[in-house]
Design a protein around this ligand. Structure first.
Ligand code: NAD
Length: 460
């Protein structure tokens, strides 16, 4: 390893730590280690792998305070959000420790007779994992846990903004008994160089990426050269729909989670609110009151609920979107004060947002709730689905069948029904359209790291 790079606290801009800046040579050394460890790990009985994964879960629970502190300082999210992330992240190890031993295949007659077919699922091999900064622990464990359960070994590149959490998790995995070489973390400021080296390395058999749709497209193009197995968890633009008969208090409570968790920097974050005209004034009044009451400030104060956004660039991007919406006629209803230093954007409620405003079509990734009203369901659905994204959506309605009927007609991989959160390790996480390819978590999650093998057996 050569140089180092600094990790900053987004609340203050202060340097928290410095980590080794991985080079292309380091990236190749990581693949050397993963490739060398693969045969042994793949041959390890699934019960043994499962017990190690279970231990990973236990150690993350044991060290939850320390991990919470790391996430809160390098990502900036509130202590409560950071703690919730640790719980969520750890659960992937528990879930996949249970899935690891369910290596079911099939065995059956060939319909024409004369043969039996035997179908199994084998680990794909060395997997390259690339993760974003917004959930530094969970985005890593959501990939590492199923990969290890399947019998794969991994090389992981965390986001340069938040490498410390990934390194801390990797240390816990070693302590839990994950053999050396099975998990290899390469923090770097040369994302393109390191990842390209992996995508071009014939020993890497899989790439799983979480991040923006733009970078995902680049990686898909690169992966095409080697017809590489890919999983893509990309950007979102979640609509949050409230019907005329919805429980408005429940909708506001759901909106506070769907929009303001992690300061709005979640791929599943509600990006645009469609509130039926009959309940719009009540919803807007109650949401505005809740948003005004949010405590904004550094995570160093555990009472604060909203931290800074991740970087100055992010702050500029959100500011531009809000300014453009206001120039187009939107009204700022709530916008609180923020600390003078650090990259804080005040939690904001925007009303009278004109259809066609960029803030309704681009991922805001900040604590801003743009609200539009609707009356006609056909027009609502046309507007909701007029996006390249299809990750999450939320529907609040009085009758379950109405919520489901709307949910089925929204192009999204995940729909929260009278609920402001969809993430759950036991459920398939992923998007449709340009929000991604593949699913993480659930039974499906392990399949992303397996190849189906079929044996045709002579039965004469
Ligand atoms: P990003 O795409 O800029 O970065 C994601 C990762 O890709 C980082 O590790 C980064 O270093 C790396 N990267 C950047 N450029 C690269 C390149 N040219 N080659 C290889 N790697 C490269 O995204 P971000 O800003 O870190 O994260 C925010 C985005 O992630 C949002 O769009 C959000 O919706 C999305 N996201 C999606 C999910 C999901 O599950 N669908 C979850 C979290 C975040």
């Amino acid at each position: 390893m050569s140089d180092t790079f600094e990790v900053l606290d987004p609340a203050t801009g202060a340097v928290i730590d410095a980590v080794a800046d991985g080079t292309v040579e380091d990236a190749t050394r990581a693949v050397d280690a993963a490739a060398a460890a693969f045969p042994g790990w793949a041959a390890t009985p699934t019960r043994v792998r499962a017990e190690i994964l279970r231990r990973c879960y236990e150690l993350m629970v044991r060290d939850a305070d320390e991990l919470t502190g790391l996430i809160a300082s390098e990502n900036g999210k509130s202590v409560a959000d950071a703690r919730a992330e640790v719980t969520y992240a750890a659960e992937f190890f528990r879930w996949f420790s249970e899935e690891a031993v369910r290596g079911e295949g099939t065995y059956g007659d060939a319909p024409a007779g004369g043969a039996r077919s035997l179908v199994t699922h084998a680990p794909v091999g060395v997997a390259a994992l690339i993760t974003p900064w917004n959930f530094p622990a969970a985005m890593a464990t959501r990939k590492i846990a199923p990969a290890l359960a399947a019998g794969c070994t991994v090389v992981l590149k965390p986001a340069a903004e938040t490498p410390l959490t990934a390194l801390a998790v990797a240390r816990l995995l070693l302590e839990a008994g994950v053999p050396e070489g099975v998990v290899n973390v390469v923090p770097t400021t040369d994302a393109a160089g390191v990842v390209t080296a992996w995508l071009e390395d014939p020993r890497v058999r899989k790439v799983s990426f979480t991040g923006s749709t733009g970078v995902g497209r680049t990686l898909l193009r690169q992966a095409a050269d080697r017809v590489l197995n890919t999983s893509m968890e990309l950007g979102g633009n979640a609509p949050f729909v409230v019907t005329a008969d919805a429980d408005v208090d429940a909708a506001v409570a759901g909106a506070m989670i769907a929009k303001f968790r992690g300061g709005g920097q979640a791929c599943t974050a509600a990006n645009r609110f469609y509130v039926h005209a009959d309940v719009a004034s009540e919803f807007v009044a109650k949401l505005s009151a809740a948003v005004s009451a949010l405590r904004v400030g550094p995570s160093a104060d555990p009472e604060n609920q909203i931290g800074p956004v991740i970087s100055e660039r992010a702050l500029t991007g959100i500011t531009k979107l809000v300014d453009a919406a206001v120039a187009d006629g939107a009204r700022v209803l709530v916008q609180g004060a923020v600390p003078a230093t650090g990259w804080f954007f005040p939690p904001t409620v925007l009303v009278d947002v004109p259809m066609g405003a960029a803030i309704l079509s681009e991922e805001i990734f900040g604590p801003v709730a743009p609200i539009v009203t609707w009356t006609d369901e056909t027009e609502l659905l046309a507007s909701v689905n007029d996006t390249e994204f299809g990750l999450a959506a939320y529907v609040f309605a009085g009758r379950l069948q109405d919520a489901l009927r709307l949910g089925e007609r929204i192009d999204a991989g995940m729909v929260g029904i009278n609920r402001g959160i969809v993430s759950d390790p036991s459920a398939p996480f992923g998007g449709v359209k340009q929000s991604g390819i593949g699913r993480e978590g659930a039974h499906e999650g392990i399949r992303e790291y397996q190849e189906t093998r079929y044996y045709s057996v002579d039965w004469s």
